[in-house]
Design a protein around this ligand. Structure first.
Ligand code: ADP
Length: 790
């Protein structure tokens, strides 16, 4: 059946139907474009640019530009975009998500809109899930763009400033999402505008967009400065926590993955440290360390969340099972885990700058993405990012058979059946991919296969390249591959010779995942581009998913389940139960992301304001001017502090006021000896006096050295106070988790308190830059006096 009839027949392709007319127009241009010489084809780029300049839009040019890219691809790579790939490209151009199965050629799809939007000259970012793929895509697809006269760059970690700038100044820049986010953060810590590497954001295409926006959204991008560890404290806390009992001393919310002390637990800790109240402000860092130690003990499991290697804690990426080299947890959590494992503490990461991946991408005026699995999360993607998920038909009809789950009473029975199943299929030579949910489970399965001396490839903790290589071979005859779910995502599994006849690749899932989306990712490894293939989940009701999300339900239903002699549950309602548990899990995760995003929005707005202030300073030639403007209201604020409104002049603390005013003024104030009759009189006097100060200050505007130092000092003040503020906000967040018990809306509370803290931050910044400028000038004058005297 051809594509257009498949589109017409299937309701889920409703949205692409309207784009099909464009595809036909592109097809109609094919003969004409085929007849063009290479130079004529390349000339299209200049023509399109001119037309854009004259007022046409990218949408006016879609048909011709896509026809150009397709023709160039035929000449350069020998690949002709399939009609469905054109459809996918149009969806991306409109800022939506193309849902296309694995192996449908998403990389080539991105070549279409990236070319067209790049013609506007404002940059296009093509985001891949790892450096390996970024490089690969740049090297292959980039050839099409280079042939058409565009510049294509690669943004990878470790490049110098100039190399980064060059990469960002290209028409199209490939790279991993996190690196783009880190560059954003770094750009906002530079001391000179010329050190910034990014241009304003324009358009991004995100490959595997669900991984990037949903799975990886939990861990924010953090630029950390190192801090000395707080010595023995973590060790002590770890041993105190060891003596606590679940339920009695602390509660553990399995669903939300949070822990909290009970009254009793708090009392125990207070006793150990001999203090009356852990909530007292002076003990906040002790409380923080205890809480981190509790988290380290309860929430972080060895060989699931991290491994211990060479005396170090190495974090495991839950999605890929891969070690995240060089990544560590912030705010003492890493040290808490080290102490729990009895290791020497490394230096602590103090957050200097932070942004979540979601908020980073929300800065792009036009955002789009591709993935095999997004439809189940469509409403979230629409609400948070304003993107629709559009299902694109596959190039060839899908032949994959998804068999219904086999559900067992116990884990042991599940594994027995799994082993039997693997053995039987393996005897025929059919390749098998076993997808697990953690490294630990991968190892369990590996041991199982060892029992029967079955040979397998275990994809744990491998480098990205090794992983890609092993995964790409998973479709060869006789192969058994064990991998955590997302390992090697983005790499195609091609079938070996004779494998199609054996039924193609068979995928076995050993546990249902926390969302249907991840299950679908695993299934998608099989049956690429119309290949035969099959999938099945072999699970048990003892699996984590059910214990965590449907414990009560399970207890109720378990006695009623009927099982056969091998322990397989034969009651048909077990499938409904599985589905329900997964839906609960999806709902909870969504709520959790939504909650975090709301909290994050608060700091996000604050970050915007601080970074804008920073930019204003960087753009300013005249740092003294900047300080004068920025602190214009400061005298008034000081007056309000020391001479409260509606108070009598004799109640005023003129001594303190004049002390403070002198810190921000070159011209000395002496208020104590003055007699003021009213507020107005005082205000007028200070205003007048301050005007003299400004005049005095402006005399230094031509002094280059002072200007340069002033700029440095102001930057330092903004950065240091912002860093401290992030810390405070983090503690506020922790506190709010606890106060939830008091029935207050945590988000509102966070907004309210966060706003107050932010006001304080701005006041502190004003005060600090004003006083430091004065000190700086005094010092410079002293130095001059000294050198004159000597
Ligand atoms: P996906 O990311 O969608 O899983 P890839 O972009 O990795 O798919 O492409 C899968 C394979 O199909 C690659 O080997 C690619 O070269 C090939 N391919 C993609 N599009 C075409 C095409 N139009 N013609 C021929 N081969 C193609």
């Amino acid at each position: 059946m051809d594509i257009i009839s498949r589109i017409k027949q299937n309701e889920s392709f409703r949205e692409v139907k309207k784009y099909y007319a464009l595809v036909e127009k592109i097809n109609n241009l094919e003969n004409e474009y085929e007849a063009l010489s290479d130079d004529e084809l390349k000339g299209k780029t200049i023509e399109f640019r001119n037309r854009l300049e004259k007022g046409e839009t990218i949408h006016d040019l879609t048909v011709e530009a896509f026809a150009t890219v397709r023709e160039a691809s035929k000449r350069v790579l020998g690949m002709r975009h399939f009609d469905v790939q054109l459809l996918g490209g149009i969806v991306l151009l409109h800022g939506n998500i193309s849902e296309m199965a694995t192996g449908e050629g998403k990389t080539l799809v991105a070549s279409l809109p990236s070319y067209l939007v790049a013609l506007e000259g404002k940059g296009v970012h093509v985001i891949t899930v790892n450096d390996y793929l970024a490089q690969r895509d740049r090297d292959i697809v980039g050839q099409i763009h280079e042939f058409l006269g565009l510049k294509v760059g690669l943004n990878i970690p470790g490049l110098g400033t100039q190399e980064k700038q060059a990469a960002y100044n290209c028409d199209i820049t490939y790279g991993v999402g996190t690196e783009f986010g880190f560059d954003y953060l770094r750009d906002n810590t530079v001391n000179e505008l010329s050190q910034k590497v990014q241009r304003p954001y324009h358009y991004a295409i995100i490959d595997e967009i669900d991984s990037v926006l949903i799975d990886e959204a939990k861990t924010p991008l953090i630029i950390a400065g190192k801090d000395k560890p707080s010595g023995r404290l973590y060790k002590v806390c770890a041993s105190v926590i060891k003596s606590l009992k679940e339920e009695e001393d602390y509660t553990y919310d399995l669903e939300l993955k949070t822990v909290n002390f009970t009254e009793k637990g708090l009392n125990k800790c207070e006793k150990v440290f001999g203090i009356p109240n852990l909530f007292d402000l002076e003990h906040s860092s002790l409380f923080h360390s205890l809480l981190q130690a509790l988290r380290a003990r309860v929430l972080y499991k060895r060989d699931v969340d991290y491994i211990v290697e060479d005396g170090e804690i190495k974090l495991v990426d839950m999605n890929t099972g891969r070690i995240m080299e060089g990544r560590s947890l912030s705010n003492g959590l890493h040290q808490a885990i080290e102490s729990k494992e009895g290791l020497v503490n490394t230096e602590e990461n103090k957050t200097m700058a932070l942004i979540t991946v979601q908020n980073y991408y929300r800065m792009y005026p036009l955002l789009s993405g591709m993935t095999g699995t997004a439809k189940t999360e469509e409403s979230e993607l629409r609400e948070t990012y304003g993107m629709n998920v559009v299902q694109i038909p596959s190039n060839k009809p899908n032949q994959r058979v998804d068999m219904s789950d086999r559900v067992f009473m116990t884990k042991e029975q599940k594994y027995d059946f799994l082993l039997k199943e693997v053995k039987e299929r393996h005897q025929t030579g059919q390749p098998i991919l076993i997808g697990t949910t953690s490294i630990l489970q991968s190892e369990e399965v590996a041991k199982l296969l060892d029992r029967e001396q079955l040979e397998y490839q275990l994809l744990n903790a491998k480098s990205v390249q090794q992983e890609a290589k092993l995964i790409s071979l998973a479709g060869q005859k006789d192969r058994i591959t064990i991998a955590t779910n997302m390992a090697g995502r983005g790499t195609d599994i091609m079938l070996g010779e004779g494998v199609a006849e054996l039924g193609g690749l068979h995928v076995i899932g050993t546990e249902r995942n926390e969302s249907r989306r991840i299950d679908n990712q695993l299934k998608g490894r099989s049956g690429r581009q119309g290949d035969p293939g099959s999938t099945q989940f072999i699970i048990s009701v003892e699996d984590y998913l059910f214990i965590r999300y449907a414990a009560d339900e399970l207890e109720r239903m378990k006695p009623k389940f009927k099982a056969n002699e091998i322990g397989e549950i034969t009651s048909s309602n077990v499938h409904k139960f599985v589905e329900t548990a997964q839906k609960i899990s999806e709902g909870i995760h969504y709520q959790f992301r939504e909650y975090n995003l709301k909290l994050e929005n608060v700091t996000n707005k604050q970050r915007d304001i601080v970074y804008q202030l920073r930019d204003k300073l960087l753009e300013e030639e005249n740092a003294i001017q900047f300080v004068m403007k920025q602190t214009a209201d400061l005298p008034k604020k000081l007056i309000q502090t020391f001479c409260e409104e509606d108070s009598l002049p004799e109640e005023w603390d003129l001594e303190r006021l004049s002390e403070e005013l002198n810190k921000i003024s070159l011209v000395p104030f002496q208020l104590e000896e003055k007699e003021f009759q009213s507020d107005e009189e005082l205000i007028d006097f200070v205003k007048d006096h301050f005007k003299q100060n400004l005049e005095e200050l402006s005399q230094y505007e031509d002094n280059e050295e002072i200007q340069m130092n002033a700029k440095g000092v102001v930057l330092f003040v903004i950065d240091t106070l912002w860093k401290k503020h992030l810390d405070t906000m983090n503690q506020l967040k922790e506190g709010i988790g606890i106060r939830q018990y008091q029935q207050e809306d945590p988000v509102q509370l966070y907004e309210k308190e966060g706003y107050k803290l932010f006001e304080t931050l701005f006041n502190d910044i004003e005060y600090e830059i004003a006083t430091r400028l004065i000190i700086l000038i005094h010092r410079a004058n002293e130095k001059e006096d000294n050198s004159e005297n000597s």
